[in-house]
Write a protein that binds this ligand. Sequence first.
Ligand SMILES: [Zn+2]
Length: 438
Amino acid sequence: MKKTPMEEWIIKRTGISPANPKELETYQLKKIVETLNYAKKNSAFYQKQLEGIDPEQIKSWEDFYQLSFTSAKDIKNDPFAFLCVPQSQIDRIVTLNTSGTSGKKKRIFFTDADLQKTVDFFDYGMRSLVDSTDRVMVLLPGQAYGTIGNLLKKALERTKTACVVYGLLTDLDAVEKIMIENKINCIVGIPIQVLYLSRMKQEGFKSMEKVLLSTDYVPQAMVAEFKRKFGCQVFNHYGMTEMGYGGGVDCQALNGYHLREGDLYVEIIDPVSGKPVADGVYGEVVFTSFDREAMPLIRYRTGDIGAFSQATCQCGTFLRTMKKVEGRINNRVYFEDGIYFDLKALEEILLAIEDLVDYQLIVSDKHSLRIDVSFYNEEQSAEKENRVKMMVQEYFDKNCELPIQVEAVKNQLQKPDQLVNSMVKRKIVDLRREKSNE
Ligand SMILES: [Zn+2]
């Protein structure tokens, strides 16, 4: 098995010698102190947040763990307060769709140098799965300069790997044509969209050997289906715009991500106490980015649930391995005090149903759950609705202490361009919460 190419890259980038975890941590702590100094000097937000803190006095991880977290809300409240360079030096601004009607939006800023670092990561990250003999198709936004698809293409050009950037999946026929004409054998995209494509265009998908899923939690049922139907290797990428799009990627062991540790320091914390948890224990993913010009983030709470693996990776790297992200912390719905369900558990059940294209869960009171389902094939939809209802009802009867009434309702078949929205669409609608927020 090939060792993750990320290791070679991180050694090169950090210059650590000998290459071992201890040296890497020493490097990361040094970079964090630099970042604290830089952010405190240049960003209005951190000037305030780090008031009374002398970065030079941060000499251990214990010291670092005393620092306050940064939250998504902080960015939403005033993104410009995070800026460390004049706006004229910003080359890309990403505005993230966030739920709620407050009108406040999360904005993430990049300079050209920040974007180049992402290209570096994509270059080495992609070497985990492809080389110059492969043909890659990217179903992520890629038209404009500095978009994720655009940076990925630049990264693949370095290794002379053929790459077509289509953008988000909107036209199934057009995508199938490109797949066939370009003999695409590797596809990069959002899990639900790639699944949809593979279910709708089995013929075009036949020659797919590798799938790289990004931007969202990947249910096991989906991985199993790609393997079973197409013999695909399924790689996961973990990242978010705040990290500079990329964060970590599976190696050939396909058993968790190796992280961009030369640019990021990642922690897993107990979401309630805020204290770091031991390896192997799930908690909230928190990161600090260094060497970032426009908008470094310090102890940023991602809201994702993750854990570090206790074992070293089979690929033989000294880098840490982060287990597959288990979804979002707020994708948990409480029916009553202490009685809840996780989107993840239901997603495993729902996505195993091959006719299903998309779904949404609606909770209106503490006794009932409605599932709006879309099928790509409308035949016998009453039976399918019933099947969904039975499977989910069975799950609740077995796993929930409260009697929960499950209802499944067919939604109109969504067109692919509507599916694009499922990238950001919340899968759970809690009508009680919406009410109390009004
Ligand atoms: Zn590995």
